[in-house]
Design a protein around this ligand. Sequence first.
Ligand code: PLP
Length: 431
Amino acid sequence: MTDDLLSRHRAVLPDWMPLYYGDAALEIVSGSGRRVTDAAGRTYLDFFGGVLTNMIGYDVAEITEAVQRQLSTGVVHTSTLYLIRQQVDLAEKIARLSGIPDARVFFTNSGTEANETALLMATNVRRSNQVLAIKNSYHGRTFATMAITGHRSWSSSSLSPLNVSWLSSADRLRGRMAGLTDGDLAEAAVDDLREVLATVTAGDVAALIAEPVQGVGGFVAAPDGVLGAYHKVLAEHGILLIADEVQTGWGRTGEHFWGYQAHGVTPDLITFAKGIGNGFALGGVVGRAAVMNAVPAISFSTFGGNPLSAAAGNAVLDYVLDHDLQANAARVGAILLDGLRALAAAIVGEVRGKGLMVGVEFVRPGTREPDPAATVRVFDECRAGGLLVGKGGLYGNVVRIGPPLTLTEDEAREGLAVLSGAIGRVDSEYH
Ligand code: PLP
């Protein structure tokens, strides 16, 4: 059945859409807890959650009931021209949790749209089409968001007229190997910002957009404090700070509810999506009222914050808070990080991460040279062992682990055993 689906997929969907496992692509047909089952009846422990989209697990009664309650009203969608109770409830919660005083929330259907919206707000309020973005970032797949995405493989097709200047990303592996600390990296990053502002722009920039931990880029965390250090410089010019929390929000990083909180600064705008819908299409922007209200034209999103997605979002957020999933992410994430760091494998260049956002970077033994081939081997071995993980990074040489935040300690150890075995087998091929 999947074979037929694969050929139909290839015949009718665009060639540029990535499909994990190529000719052996998976069709997931059901899920429960942290496990999914494919069309052939094989069950996998899911360490990637559909790109961190499934945040609290599969088939969660509280979410199903909330969505069914909304469905049973017969009102699946009105329009944002009418009052939507679920949307207002969710906006109140997100505004309160955002840490932004006087916050306003606008809902979209995806992270891409959330970032588009943030760009619209920032460029309007600053009357400038200049934006600072970070190399190796990923912010979406549309005209403007591709333009602020800092890697050719993801961004080369946008001809957007946005004027983007690039800041260096903190590539920890290379930084660490060159003997740099987080503090050194942060200092270098701020020097870089000052130089770009002075030499590439006239300082009249609308905003800097940054992921607290680069997701698609391979789970590379910005050095703690760097967004705050950037902000001091940005504030001298009135430049806004946008935190793209599409992957890092809702307690994912364990130490904080939002990734930006590791940086001693509150952004002007925060964009979110992915996990908040737990599979339902939901994203948005929360930001300072002065910025959020600045767009002079009338604007709304037909589907953004619709009753069904907002019902799901409310139930998901309540679940995250009621079960303190941030604490679980910290606890269970530490098991993964410690277990992976204890591996003695020459192909592992670095194990890094925060909470349940863990990356393993593969290199040619004894060098800093990325090894995407070894990465694919590990990735495939994991699947064969019943474990789904993600792949990515600047050089395609990072295995990414971003399971639902409900992952148990036993499941963490089970997945760790599969991943460690896979790494060990691939590592032994080099000796
Ligand atoms: N921002 C970040 C950090 C992301 O990781 C992604 C998607 O992977 C996006 C934005 C785009 O979100 P979406 O795919 O929901 O449009």
